[in-house]
Design a binder for this molecule. Structure first.
Ligand SMILES: [Zn+2]
Length: 325
């Protein structure tokens, strides 16, 4: 991967804002959280709440950016036009990505690699077509609670965990103020896969992190104890290592059956994403949410058609795709 492995976390975080600015940010967060009536969002708002609860002098630099991002997001959510019954029946395309980099020669699954320039083209095309990225949590809260949605919502999900998602996907989404959804395999949370500072950076930028199990097994092959450990254990590990409370699971390679789905529910998840093509909605089995596979050959215009439901995504199993992911 071309990206540097040892990029310093939170560059420029040493400088301090005047205390008055910190107080202003904390107040803005508090007001925004009130406006969204406790809208259940992932880690960044939780961190913001912590900042708000502390004294102004506790608003040290590392907590400043998440508070700002969370406050901005809360203001955006409050202005989204789809609400109530309209939000509940809004279908949301969930895009599926893996690595955001050029495929190395001879890699077994080249379709999992979307080069950074192609990814930017796709994201810019979605934005130009009027789409707004949301997290799975935001979609879920609109379908099942009182959350709002933008006019044309889309979820961009990234599986497994790799530095390319921090170095290439992150900046491309940041240009639009968009969050991504990282489906993290806990075994990838290390310097060779997704470094912990990278996961934290994504959280600071408003990303959601969901479970993609501990070790990425075919869940349908596991006995009950191993299944429970992969599902409940990964949720626990996300909490312990990143402070993330996730409600969502992504089945490795989409592999699931009735036993796996029941175990996911027992482990505390409310929904799970698959590799079955389609546009997700409230009417779907929540443990069988479809996604749209995005490949390196997918142009921005083609992706817009797929997200609108005007063109079908590549079927699962195309070019061996089901074996990976
Ligand atoms: Zn995977």
């Amino acid at each position: 991967m071309p990206a540097p492995r040892h990029h310093p976390p939170a560059a420029g975080s040493r400088s301090l804002l005047p205390a008055i600015a910190v107080v202003a940010v904390a107040l803005a967060v508090a007001m925004a959280l009130l406006l969204t009536r406790g809208d259940d969002a992932p880690a960044p708002p939780a961190r913001a709440t912590t900042t708000t609860a502390g004294s102004p002098s506790a608003g040290r630099a590392p907590a400043r950016r998440p508070a700002t991002v969370a406050a901005r997001r809360a203001r955006e959510r409050a202005a989204w036009p789809r609400r109530g019954a309209v939000a509940r029946r809004t279908r949301v395309p969930i895009l599926m990505y893996h690595l955001i980099a050029a495929a190395p020669a001879g890699t077994p699954y080249p379709e999992l690699w979307v080069p950074a320039a192609r990814f930017r083209e796709q994201v810019d095309a979605l934005a130009a077509a009027g789409f707004t990225a949301v997290t799975l949590s935001e979609a879920w809260d609109a379908w099942h609670g009182d959350g709002r949605l933008p006019r044309h919502p889309v979820v961009l999900s990234f599986d497994d965990g790799s530095l390319s998602q921090v170095m290439a996907a992150g900046p491309a989404l940041r240009r639009h103020g968009w969050p991504g959804v990282l489906n993290l395999t806990l075994d990838h949370l290390n310097a060779k896969g997704m470094p912990r500072w990278g996961a934290r950076r994504l959280l600071r930028e408003g990303w959601e992190i969901d479970s993609h199990t501990l070790t990425h097994p075919d869940l349908t092959t596991l006995g009950p104890d191993a299944l429970r450990e992969e599902l409940a254990g990964s949720r626990r590990r996300l909490r312990e290592r990143l402070g993330v409370e996730t409600r969502f699971l992504c089945y490795p390679a989409g592999r699931n059956d009735a036993t796996v789905r029941a175990a996911a529910k027992a482990a505390g998840y409310v929904a799970a994403t698959t590799v079955q093509p389609g546009i997700a909605g409230r009417g779907d089995d929540p443990f069988l949410l479809p996604r749209i596979r995005v490949e390196p050959g997918t142009t921005g215009a083609a992706l817009v058609r797929m997200a609108r439901g005007e063109a079908s995504a590549p079927p699962p199993g195309a070019a061996g795709a089901t074996a990976a992911g």
